[in-house]
Ligand binder design. Sequence first.
Ligand code: HSE
Length: 309
Amino acid sequence: MNEVKVFCPASVANVSCGFDILGFCLDEIGDEMIIRKTSKPGINIIKIKGENLPYESKKNVAGVAATSLLNEFSTDFGFEIEIYKNIKAGSGIGSSAASSAGAVFGINELLGRPFSRKELIKFAIKGEELASGSIHADNVAPVLLGGFTLVRDINSLDIVSLPFPKNLFVSIIHPEIELKTSDSRSVLKQKVTLEKAIQQSANIASLVSGLYSNDYNLISRSLIDVLVEPHRSDLIPAFNELKKTSIAYGALGSGISGSGPSVFALSKGKKKAKSVTIEMAKILIPLNLKFHTYTSQINSTGIKLIDFK
Ligand code: HSE
């Protein structure tokens, strides 16, 4: 193979109570990337469509992630990258993770898969670090592994894939304002009370239990974030109303997708998720704000090759 085309899915990080540790992969929206081998060594980004992003590989998340892979697996040839963005930067559904994961996944395919999908996470998080100023794998892990993933330890990249009920669907509403992860992290408190830490641990533990046991009711009771959402919700137009409405129309729970401004809601069944998406959209219509909506299944397989030559 000399060229691959990759589908790089969007993702939802945090999932309310799992700040920086929990995430899942979407299948309704994603970027495409074409990566090809070139005789010129190194990484060369030659085309970016859909977003105004830097071409210089040191400043582009895909370039940084790809370079980190090549630092460990050196080649006497190089790679050129074309990026076709559908996921808006700063949307909260893992735009930088999709590009970072796409670059390392595509190069790994062209190299004959020297690394496992799990091993690729350590390269992809370098791109995420450039985008957000901190290291977290809650977007890149589900993109590379599919489904729900839990980052037990970021330093050793001890990452666990979690099962999930097959009838779990997600509604996403993305108000078109750009919220940089670094800005959205800057409003967070560095210290939390023991009481809140206990509440958050109880919810994340129960959410994981609900995912294992297909207990929709327990999932619903556990989708509560007492640490992060209270500080970020003011950054998102009509957040409280979106959340209240989604729950009133039958969603199991709702919260900020990643660092926002997108809002997600989880529902049992596609029909319910679709009606929740429509009702959330009705909240934003009067605000005269451009927005996008998606209703998606959880993508259990993650990033994939769609073509090769
Ligand atoms: N866990 C990250 C955050 C996800 O919420 O800041 C966005 O990169």
